[in-house]
Design a protein around this ligand. Structure first.
Ligand code: GLC
Ligand code: CA
Length: 559
């Protein structure tokens, strides 16, 4: 099978189905809702959709806990609806990337239901069961913590053993060391590819191989046990086998969610000669405003730029990057990276788009990002719906009342819920998302920030994305150009160049809500200059020393 690596020329739009569009008034987004918006996606110009899980699930973690890999969640519709959706996408030249959640299943999956019945059940070894420590085995087998907080083990009365869950206790980890589990996954991946799927976003994929013997983890303020289950001993073997046996027979693409990935590991996962994954989602850049991945700190632009430089150079000519600022696990990008944007929401949103889209890699646009949706003004801890918040609160236990104000402050900046409020389609009732009662509250700013408004306003963030996406298509400098940075120690300006065959794109982004002086680097020589794109109507036509206005950003083509 000739692999065309179409992802290198793609911009991918992420849909979180629960919050995208509701078609039947039950307040929950669904597949027919997506079908009704396919023309909108086509108009935006994206060439693929990454759809967060739509499989059968009891929704402990909104679909990331799957109870049947081969069927669609009741609330989202039927397999026939799904087929109609894929056809609708393909007719419009849009490919479909499904979420592949195989580090764990739901505890309601029939494999787990069997597995817990007895120690000699044929499905026992599909999961990771161990005896507890201590006289009665009532202490967990090791000290690992779940990624949501608290211990990573749950005791089960039936057989008096513990099972491992790196996420919620309703998400037991699969035992990838069991060849039957790997065969099941291969089979299931093939099932969806044969139904027309064009690729997979591989959830939590760096955790599938655990160190033999499951030794205790090092003490750590974040997650304990990380080094025992991240990029584990067999991970590359397992991914290579999945690639050789299944993926390589299709012209598909994969992107692995790779928390904790370094350049060295990134190359092992995405190196084209290695035949594992095509791309990975890295996390370093979204940790430039956090401590231990959760506690907020001031956004550090210098660190952010450094991370981009390292990854752009690190994978150049060998692998392929992913470019994202938002997804369903991250708060909205506007308040995070552009600070107090005040009346400059549109300029700031467009600036962030420029900052990302001229890098090498696959840009992702998360639903609502294209209209500049913002964080939700949660008032207290009870308003959050995410299982992660519930976990953190449970871990705090009796201390919660003491820390309540602080915990709320943390989540006000960091909660995953911010990205999960419904897409704001219109200024009408429930923002046009549903005719019923939405499962998550709608951001009160929907009367100003909504798709209808954005489409009617030629100057909107939406139209700017559209322009950028179109500009990117077939642009060889963006696809292949070398990466060079300027202003590396500036706290205000992100400035980089892309060089390809005597041509160069020169990108300038003012990340601040203030005027900032820009001086053309002295090494910059060229004979012809053209302003390609800018987020102000009257940015200078040629590259020159200038005072950048708040969030002003532009791209020049130098020849
Ligand atoms: C990934 C998903 C996240 C989910 C977790 C467990 O990180 O993006 O939403 O909670 O995996 O499946
Ligand atoms: Ca619905």
């Amino acid at each position: 099978m000739e692999r065309t690596r179409w992802y290198k020329d793609s911009v991918i739009y992420q849909i979180y189905p629960r919050s995208f569009m509701d078609s039947n008034g039950d307040g929950i987004g669904d597949i027919r809702g997506i079908i009704s918006k396919l023309d909108y996606l086509k108009d935006l110009g994206i060439n693929a959709v990454w759809l967060s899980p739509c499989y059968k699930s009891p929704n402990d973690d909104n679909g990331y806990d799957i109870s049947d890999y081969r069927d669609i969640m009741d609330e989202f519709g039927t397999l026939d609806d799904w087929k109609e959706m894929v056809n609708g996408m393909h007719e419009r030249g849009i490919k479909l990337i499904m979420d592949l959640v195989v580090n764990h299943t739901s505890d309601e999956h029939k494999w787990f239901q069997e597995s817990k019945k007895s120690k000699d059940n044929p499905y026992r070894d599909y999961y990771i069961w161990r005896k507890g420590k201590g006289k009665n085995g009532k202490r967990p087998p090791n000290n690992w913590t779940s990624r949501f907080g608290g211990r990573a083990w749950e005791y089960d009365e039936t057989t008096g053993e513990w099972y491992l869950h790196l996420f919620s206790k309703k998400q037991p980890d699969l035992n990838w060391d069991n060849p039957k589990v790997r065969a099941e996954v291969h089979d299931m991946v093939k099932y969806w590819l044969d139904l027309g799927v064009d690729g997979f976003r591989c959830d939590a994929i760096t955790y599938i191989s655990k160190v033999e013997g499951l030794p205790d983890g090092k003490w750590n303020i974040g997650i304990r046990g990380d080094e025992q289950f991240t990029h584990g001993p067999n991970i590359h073997k397992y991914l290579h086998a999945l690639n050789k046996e299944v993926l390589s027979n299709y012209d598909c693409m994969t992107v692995g969610e790779a928390s904790g990935v370094t350049i060295e590991q990134g190359l092992l996962y995405t190196g084209e000669d290695r035949e594992e994954l095509d791309t990975v989602f890295t996390f370093e850049h979204v940790n430039c405003d956090t401590i231990a991945q959760l506690l907020p700190k001031k956004f550090n632009l210098v660190q952010f730029k450094k991370v981009f430089r390292r990854w752009q150079w690190g994978l150049f000519g060998k692998g392929w990057n992913s470019l994202y600022l938002e997804n369903h696990d991250q708060p909205r990008s506007l308040p995070r990276f552009t600070g107090d944007y005040g009346e400059y929401r549109k300029e700031a949103g467009k600036m962030l788009a420029i900052a990302m889209h001229f890098h090498q890699g696959v840009p992702y646009v998360y639903q609502g990002q294209e209209i500049g949706m913002t964080n939700y003004p949660f008032k207290n801890l009870d308003e959050y719906q995410d299982v992660l918040v519930a976990y953190v609160r449970k871990v705090l236990g009796v201390f919660e009342p003491l820390l309540k104000g602080f915990v709320h402050k943390v989540f006000l900046k960091r909660a995953r819920d911010h990205a999960r409020t419904p897409v704001q389609w219109t200024a009408g009732e429930n923002a046009g998302f549903t005719t019923g009662r939405p499962w998550m509250p709608i951001n009160p700013n929907y009367t100003e920030i909504n798709v209808e408004e954005a489409m009617a306003d030629p100057d909107s963030i939406y139209h700017f994305y559209k322009k950028l996406i179109a500009y990117r298509k077939g642009n060889e400098i963006i696809r292949n150009g070398l990466y060079k940075t300027n202003y590396t120690s500036s706290k205000d300006i992100f400035c980089y160049e892309r060089w390809y065959e005597g041509k160069r794109l020169f990108v300038i982004c003012n990340f601040k809500n203030k005027e900032v002086k820009f001086k053309v680097p002295s090494s910059c020589a060229y004979s012809h200059c053209n302003l390609e794109i800018s987020n102000y109507k009257d940015s200078p036509e040629t590259l020159q020393n200038m005072t950048l206005r708040p969030y002003e950003s532009m791209v020049y083509l130098l020849v």
